[in-house]
Design a protein around this ligand. Sequence first.
Ligand code: HAM
Length: 437
Amino acid sequence: MSTLKAVRGTRDLLPPETELWNRVEETARRVFARYHFGEIRTPIFEDTSLFARGVGEETDIVSKEMYTWEDRARAQSEKAQSLTLRPENTAGVVRAYIEHKLGDKGLLQKLFYIGPQFRRERPQKGRYRQFWQIGAEVIGPPSSGSESPLRDAEVLEMLASFLNELGIRDWKLTLNSVGSASDRPRYIEALREALKENAPGMCVDCQRRAETNPLRVLDCKVPEDQPIIETLPKIAEYLDDDSKARFAAVCAALDACAVSYEVNPRLVRGLDYYTRTTFEFSHGELGAQNALVGGGRYDGLSEAIGGSKAPGIGFAIGEDRLILTLQAQAEAVAEGSADAYVAPLGEAMNAAALELARYLRQAGLRIELGDGGFRLKKSFEMGNKLARKIVLFGEDEQKSGILTVKDFATGEQVKVAREELVHHLRAKGDAPPQGRL
Ligand code: HAM
């Protein structure tokens, strides 16, 4: 008899790896609690029409990837109900919000969840058929302020804090606005028009989407279609003044709290419910499946599934991918490269150097602290073995607040103001500083 194995695309999580999963989940619970989120647990399966109406019939998720079955009818007179293992949790949360009248008090609901989701995708590294998401949703009636761009910025800032607190390094936040319900028809019309000419040269899926849901053409991953997609109109050109002002407000609030991001006018995301802000956090360690977090605003979702107006914004972190990133980083750490080696110049500087190291570590950087008893040459030798950069910290530096930083790889030596130090140390090589608070 052949031995039975876990189904393709599913996995057993075993100790000691499960310790890491618990650490991630504990960190999420701790960070989200500071922002006053409460936990929601919705069923793992729902009525199929929830996803068809919420996520969208023409999305890859609904059209190709759902695990759906007809439930046995309870009585002859009843029709069998079509049920689906949840491919994502936002639709379920909004359904629960409507069902339990959570908006009735006029307050914002801030809900987080941790749990498995199911999509019949082709399994590969970082892509599974049962995978875990850690997600959060902020939703409420318009009177609760749920439509404010401040909510978008707060959610993004929370994600940045979470990733930093967990020690994820070098993440990248990509941001876009896909416009409001009134911007969208004008854009879709323009896309449809442009696709009349271009679609025949594209893949069969795109040819169909050009007719049924042109926006989804932009999700196409077929390499040969990419040059054509590049020439299509961009959503940014179709935003009205209100949408533009809201997007600018999100960006300004992120700038104010020093969360780095990049705007990508092509980021539309593969779910139909998105309006206005959409975003992804990606990570270089992940290879092809590099999206670590996906999210955005869904101001019309509640109405699409039968509720009253309840704008919302949220995200889901791919927990499997988060763990892969942490594991890859742990290997990198084992190879030994701290962000900086802080070298006190003279023993009298030791206490102040410890304070400087503490400040940098609290900002999420990996810091090695030298010793003022070492001669300068020894500090350089030690620093070179342990870190990418060395920060020289003597009395002059303490007084002036200007520090000398040398990059071991390039040999470049620069003066950096203390307030700029975190920013400077996060930057890798010549790349602009990205993705760290
Ligand atoms: P999503 O982009 O479909 O968004 O998924 C979010 C994250 O889940 C992805 O960035 C990825 O890390 C992870 N993920 C997705 N599919 C797989 C898979 N097959 N294997 C492993 N990880 C995967 C949503 O699900 C939205 N509900 C997010 C959201 C919440 N938007 C607003 N609120």
